[in-house]
Design a protein. Structure first.
Length: 380
């Protein structure tokens, strides 16, 4: 197969790389991290002005209509520079759900704002007991006059502290773990009865926990048919997983580069420590893991927009499993090869290591996806 990027894709990757290189040095990232929003509003605005926020969104709604490969190119560069903006959660995951489930009126009203970067979305699907299961929903939505009333709790809503709208899953029928009865709602976080507890994650991006106490949601804030959202949740999570594999790949590439540069410059016994054969062997092992993760990220990007099927789900599960294992190995070995300096707050490698480890706990860890892969093999 020909994996050569087209001229347009190469321009897209170069644009993101140049923007991040010029606007997102490690020192600037630390300032963004300490700001009130936890990321750079100016950088988010630049993403919108350059049309990058519109890449994952269909042309019919003011977007570029990009593919999974286009999303991959953006996420690699954002991962390489440790960008804190919730691009994946808003533009890929949130906008994907809105496009798939939203009515023509909802999409027409909201997606152009998302494509321009004016409106930021967040996705609230996780609950404290769910452990990556999208069907384990205990948040309830009860029909009320003119709409619905939501009650329950959502956890680790990345970007939810600054989002203009949050997509919240809630059960309108059935019991926890039932496939039927799960609905998706557009929630205004400033509505009465909504409380947010905001905190920074260990790897940088901010998140919040949502507490919903009989929050009134208008009838036109329901996305799709009541109780029929689970298939869309699973499909769009697959697209988010493909983008996450790409983000992890960018972080792994940068961690590998930093480690290789360190081995070439750190001297011991009068020679660079990269001359020591045992360290060369360890770097060769890491290079092999990096190439494997690169191949699986490409596979995930190529299948992300395909029609839902067991083959697609199996390949995405395999990609996330391989990416998680490689990310954790590269993070740990990079720290070991650096020694103590690799853990200092002022050095970017420590932050890459934290990010790579935390990515393995979002949208399913390696055990979760290995089990999913095994179950899909059994059913094949």
């Amino acid at each position: 197969m020909d994996f050569t990027l087209s001229e347009e894709q190469q321009m897209l990757q170069d644009t993101v790389a140049r923007l991040a290189r010029d606007s997102y040095s490690f020192e600037q990232r630390e300032q963004f991290y300490r700001s009130q929003t936890g990321f750079s509003r100016a950088f988010w605005q630049q993403l919108g002005e350059l049309g990058l926020c519109s890449v994952p969104i269909a042309q019919a709604h003011g977007g570029f209509g990009g593919s999974g490969v286009d999303n991959m190119l953006i996420m690699i560069e954002l991962g390489r520079h440790l960008c804190l903006e919730p691009f994946l959660q808003s533009q890929i995951h949130g906008a994907g759900l809105l496009q798939q489930l939203g009515s023509a009126q909802q999409c027409e009203a909201l997606l152009p704002q998302v494509a321009s970067g004016e409106l930021q979305l967040a996705v609230a699907l996780e609950e404290s007991q769910s452990h990556y299961r999208l069907d384990d929903v205990q948040t309830r939505a009860v029909a009320a006059d003119g709409g619905w009333k939501l009650s329950g709790n959502k956890v680790v809503v990345i970007g939810g502290h600054s989002a203009g709208l949050i997509l919240v899953s809630a059960r309108t029928a059935g019991e926890p773990l039932d496939a039927q009865g799960i609905s998706l709602f557009l929630l205004d976080p400033d509505s009465a009865g909504v409380s947010r507890r905001t905190y920074p994650n260990i790897d940088g991006p901010r998140a919040c926990d949502l507490a919903l106490d009989e929050v009134f949601i208008a009838a036109d804030a329901l996305l799709g048919e009541p109780g029929q959202a689970l298939s869309a949740l699973c499909y769009q999570q697959g697209r988010a997983i493909a983008a996450q594999c790409a983000e992890a790949l960018g972080g792994m590439q940068e961690a590998f580069r930093l480690t290789l540069d360190y081995l070439k410059t750190r001297r011991q016994f009068g020679v660079p420590i990269g001359k020591f054969q045992v360290l060369q062997h360890r770097m060769a092992d890491l290079r092999g893991e990096l190439e494997l993760a690169n191949s699986m990220a490409i596979l995930a990007a190529c299948v992300a927009d395909q029609a839902d099927s067991e083959v697609r789900s199996r390949r995405l599960a395999a990609a996330k499993f391989v990416a998680v294992r490689a990310a954790r190995l590269i993070a740990e070995q990079a720290i070991q090869l650096h020694g103590g300096i690799g853990m200092t707050w002022e050095y970017s490698l420590a932050h890459h290591a934290k990010r790579l480890v935390m990515l393995s706990h979002q949208l399913g860890d390696d055990d979760h996806h290995l089990q999913a892969y095994a179950q899909l093999l059994e059913s094949a």
